[in-house]
Design a protein around this ligand. Structure first.
Ligand code: FAD
Length: 323
């Protein structure tokens, strides 16, 4: 049986986040040949609709309202519930982002529906879908099926390959008018920390530093390497606690979860709480002067050495390749 599946697109500063396109690919699998309807919520989002269609959405429904300019659970859930009531879908896919982690359980509870969160893969056999998700801080994976009712899932960024973009695709774009009321919180202003460069959660290359980096200045070579490879800088909690960098860079159980193509860990011991945030990276390179460091147990390539010697050598070599 084909299904109608909604996908919540996420935009930041006027651009759609990659996870929106990954969620469309997941929705296509669940729809099994049925219809994938993208939902865009915000104060001015209609201009983003065509990109969702180019990535595979069959049509787009927008809800535009001044109260949707910034995310609030109340505002977004009212808007999304209005679309759900209109569309009556058999599935809804979210990104497993800060927004998706907040909104998806709220919608699941309103619909009394099953939600599989943090999905890294979907195995499909016709109409039967098995969702794969990490458990025990990434030490194992479980496979979950939703037997009855509407399927809700949130997909971990960087795990499901988006469909190829096709700008010639076309689809209907319609607007739903929703009266957003009774907001318990109104966001007056968002002041973002200035982070130059690539978003850590979606970066294809992450260069992470730990307590072994020893100081704020010690992160400089890591930033240079990240810039060179078009990646983002991350950190262990050890480095954040030592005030070498901001907590927004923390990766791990109580930080961000990243799944880049390349993760370089420099001066990080590999505590289980850190591995929880990065062990699903495609290629892991560890640089540590202690050959017994636990990080080498998850690394594909290990370099036993002083990061202050190894990182500049890597920068030199990558520059040669690029020139
Ligand atoms: P250390 O363990 O001190 O390791 C530093 C490493 O650097 C060592 O292996 C050392 O050999 C190496 N080194 C030193 N100098 C050099 C050099 N010049 N060149 C190369 N290598 C060098 N941690 C996280 O990262 N993320 C989390 O989300 C997180 N959540 C937590 C939640 C809880 C509830 C708890 C209890 C802990 C959590 N932690 C988390 C902390 C975690 O247990 C570790 O303490 C932390 O990851 C250690 O950080 P580190 O590897 O940078 O430091």
């Amino acid at each position: 049986m084909t299904k109608k599946v909604l996908v919540l697109g996420e935009a930041r500063e006027g651009s759609l986040r990659n996870v929106s396109f990954e969620a469309i690919a997941a929705a296509k699998t669940i729809a099994n040949g049925g219809e994938v309807v993208a939902v865009l919520l915000g104060d001015a989002v209609a201009s983003l609709a065509q990109e969702m269609i180019a990535y595979g959405a069959d049509r787009v429904v927008t809800v535009e309202h001044p109260h949707l300019k910034q995310y609030t659970s109340d505002g977004y859930s009212q808007a999304l519930m209005a679309v759900i009531e209109q569309e009556n879908p058999e599935g809804i896919v979210f990104g497993h982002t800060a927004l998706g982690k907040d909104l998806s359980p709220k919608i699941a509870s309103k619909l009394k529906a099953g939600l599989v969160s943090d999905v890294t893969a979907i195995e499909s056999n016709g109409d039967e879908h098995t969702f794969v998700r990490p458990i025990y801080s990434g030490k194992a994976f479980e496979k979950v099926q939703i037997k009855d009712g509407i399927h809700l899932a949130s997909v971990r960024p960087n795990n499901i390959t988006p469909l190829e973009k096709d700008d010639s695709r076309s689809g209907d774009v319609s607007a739903v008018s929703v009266d957003i009321t009774n907001l318990r919180t109104i966001v007056k202003e968002v002041v973002r920390k200035s982070t130059d460069g690539v978003d850590l959660s979606e970066a294809k290359v992450v260069i992470a530093g730990g307590r072994g980096v020893k100081s704020e200045e010690g992160f400089e070579p890591l930033k240079q390497l990240a810039d060179l490879l078009g990646g983002a800088v991350g950190a262990s909690r050890g480095a954040c606690d030592a005030e070498y960098c901001d907590y927004s860079l923390q990766i791990g159980q109580t930080g961000k979860v990243v799944t880049p193509d390349l993760y370089i860990a420099a001066g990080i011991s590999g505590a289980i709480q850190h591995l929880a945030g990065m062990s699903n990276s495609k290629i892991i390179v560890a640089i540590n002067k202690d050959p017994e460091a636990n990080i080498f147990n998850v690394a594909d390539y290990g370099i036993v050495g002083d990061l202050f010697e190894v990182v500049p050598l890597l920068i030199e070599e990558f520059k040669k390749i690029q020139n």
